[in-house]
Ligand binder design. Sequence first.
Ligand code: FE
Length: 135
Amino acid sequence: MAEEKIKKRSLTPEQRRILIKKETEKPFTGKLLYNKETGSYLCAQCGNPLFSSSTKYDSGSGWPSFWDVKSDKSVRFQEDNSLGIRRTEVLCKLCGGHLGHVFPDGPREKTGKRYCINSSALSFQKSNPKKRKKL
Ligand code: FE
């Protein structure tokens, strides 16, 4: 199985609660909610690049929000009917870890999508300053 080849990182209890048990972190508590640095958001479990800082926006929801994924290798979707609500779950395409949900109320001038993602499912990788354009 391809999944066995994935190098999984060890998780904190909070990360396990989100990524494996599919729970949701308390809104307005996530460490990456207000992060405005330039870089990539990776899966905290396997390092798969999931989102770019260029698509992060403040949705007011209390969770890190993005209007697009990084690539077609980033995530997969699954219907979620828990809590009596029909939602679309977002999972890491590489390791299957639970990331959050996607809703159709994102910025209309972009994709119209809102990827509502738990901070604890993500790790942030600052982009290399040497690669940045000099002013
Ligand atoms: Fe992953």
